[in-house]
Design a protein around this ligand. Structure first.
Ligand SMILES: Cc1cc2nc3c(=O)[nH]c(=O)nc-3n(C[C@H](O)[C@H](O)[C@H](O)COP(=O)(O)O)c2cc1C
Length: 153
């Protein structure tokens, strides 16, 4: 069974969390076992992270960048990978974000996760202005499904 992590930060309104739950729903419907972690409430254990087959990252736009909680994970990842690369590469990933009208996070978000060289990026980055509507939630479900189907093929 595909093990998928949906790792996101959501703190202000729950907008990013609503997207994360939709990604998880799509992945579960495609047969994956899904774990959701909100970096606002928990720091990720990198050794736990190594065990997942794929991961979808979500962030709100904070000052035109990703949220600090998710950035802590990215920094932990860099340090951990220097010691042991196992489970920290060849992992397909997807991205989604929410914003409050600026949305300038897209470019740095995509660039940062490219720099991590975690694996292939699957699907397009899903974006929501504020509370995600039904169309965006459907895009999130499709992203979750795509990640799982990519691993099965
Ligand atoms: C500290 C902080 C900084 C923010 N900076 C931006 C910004 O630069 N551009 C933007 O479009 N929205 C900005 N926002 C709005 C959030 O990105 C937006 O409300 C988002 O949907 C919140 O997601 P959440 O409800 O999952 O926490 C900011 C919000 C906070 C709390």
């Amino acid at each position: 069974m595909v093990l998928l992590l949906v790792l996101y930060h959501s703190q202000e309104y729950g907008n990013t969390e609503a997207m994360a739950k939709a990604v998880a729903e799509g992945a579960k419907n495609a047969g994956a076992k899904v774990t959701l972690i909100n970096t606002d409430t928990k720091r990720v254990d990198i050794d736990q992270f190594r065990q997942f087959d794929a991961v979808v990252f979500g962030s709100p736009d904070y000052w035109g960048y990703i949220a600090g909680g998710l950035k802590i994970f990215v920094d932990d990842f860099y340090i951990a990978r220097k010691v042991n690369r196992q489970g920290l590469e060849n992992k397909p990933y997807g991205l989604f974000y929410s914003h409050g009208g600026g949305g300038n996070v897209r470019e740095p978000f995509e660039k940062l996760f490219r720099m991590m060289k975690l694996g292939s990026k699957i699907g397009k980055t899903v974006e929501s202005y504020g509370n995600p509507n039904s169309e965006i939630l459907e895009e999130c479900r499709e992203l979750g499904q795509q990640l799982v189907e990519n691993l099965k093929s």
